[in-house]
Ligand binder design. Structure first.
Ligand code: XMP
Length: 322
């Protein structure tokens, strides 16, 4: 495993980087096919544009609908890329992900189930069927650092853990963004012609809403956290915070509704100020916004009787709850 030379955002010459990486991708793939998965996050969006510059139609881009994305996300992202001239195929993988997650409560086991379903079951089959030998993906340096440090295994890091993707899954992985951190990728995404909605998009984790359900992940729990997420994103997007989220707790608490006891669910809200996700502080969200948010959630999201706001820094907290 070679060490990775970091390119800081301030030193990044986007034109030179785009030319160099497009050439590397083109040299590696030759006249063959490559595939990639687009989630709509800035990393996978930048890789999609870079890959299409290098390979044109020989890069097949898929949006894997794993059932744990936000409201309407697969269709919205496919439409956005259509406007940019990139065809994205939506693949329905919902059943596979929910059955792999069934009964798992441990965070790392949940991550592992998502990783295996994504890379082995879905991509293993896609690669075999398409004849592609390469998967392009948007791993960045922070993913590698945190995985090596044992803080949290990012779903997209293999080589640094001693896993050979070719042996494990049957294809090679190309990672053109691995020298960059998030701020560098945002600069690159803008230079690649992506809209601001994408290059300034708050990060969203690979394990998606499953990272925001504490304990076992079910379709019902995902639906609760998905509705709460839409409300949180609507109410907090204007604050300019680094990331904001709703988390569904496993424990239930006593509440009351219509004069009767209601033993219901708890949602925890988190909103972070951060530069690169390595350290973060809770945003000082105005109380009126929090109050409105809490009321909207208990009024709209079935079964929720308690909403709290996290005021702990990272470290020792993490940004996500699992
Ligand atoms: P944590 O929770 O580690 O989050 O403080 C730091 C940043 O990383 C994102 N995150 C993930 N992204 N796979 C991902 O692709 C993961 O397993 C994962 N866990 C956390 C998180 O959303 C935050 O931006």
């Amino acid at each position: 495993m070679g060490s990775i030379n970091e390119i800081k955002a301030s030193e990044l010459n986007t034109d030179a980087f785009i030319n160099e990486k497009a050439q590397e991708i083109s040299d590696a793939v030759g006249d063959g096919l490559a595939i990639n998965a687009l989630s709509g996050g800035v990393d996978s969006s930048a890789v999609t544009m870079l890959g299409h510059r290098a390979l044109g139609d020989r890069l097949k881009t898929y949006f894997i609908d794993n059932g744990i994305m936000r409201e309407g996300e697969p269709q919205r992202i496919a439409e956005l890329f259509k406007q940019l001239g990139v065809h994205v195929e939506i693949l329905d993988g919902r059943k596979a992900f929910f059955s792999a997650l069934k009964g798992l409560t441990d965070p790392e086991e949940k991550r592992e189930a998502i990783t295996q379903t994504f890379y082995k079951d879905i991509f293993g089959k896609l690669v075999k069927d398409s004849g592609a030998k390469y998967l392009l993906q948007g791993t960045i340096l922070t993913d590698v650092d945190e995985t090596i440090a044992g803080i949290k295994r990012q779903h997209n890091v293999f080589e640094q853990l001693g896993i050979d993707p070719e042996q494990a899954f049957g294809y090679q992985i190309i990672e053109p963004l691995v020298q960059l951190r998030k701020d560098g990728v945002r600069k690159l995404a803008e230079a690649l012609g992506l809209p601001e909605e994408i290059y300034n998009r708050p990060p969203f984790p690979g394990p998606a809403l499953a990272a925001r359900v504490i304990g076992a992940v079910t379709e019902d729990k995902i639906s609760v956290v998905r509705t709460a997420t839409s409300i949180v994103e609507e109410e907090l997007s204007s604050l300019g915070a680094f990331q904001y989220m709703a988390i569904l707790h496993e424990d239930r608490v006593t509440g009351m509704r219509d004069g009767k006891r209601d033993f219901g669910s708890q949602i925890e809200l988190r909103c972070w100020d951060s530069i690169d996700a390595r350290e973060a502080k809770p945003t000082q969200v105005p109380y009126e916004i929090l109050y409105k948010l809490a009321n909207r959630i208990v009024d709209t999201v079935p079964g929720v009787v308690s909403v709290t706001y996290n005021v702990t820094c990272k470290p020792p907290s993490c940004m996500e709850a699992i």
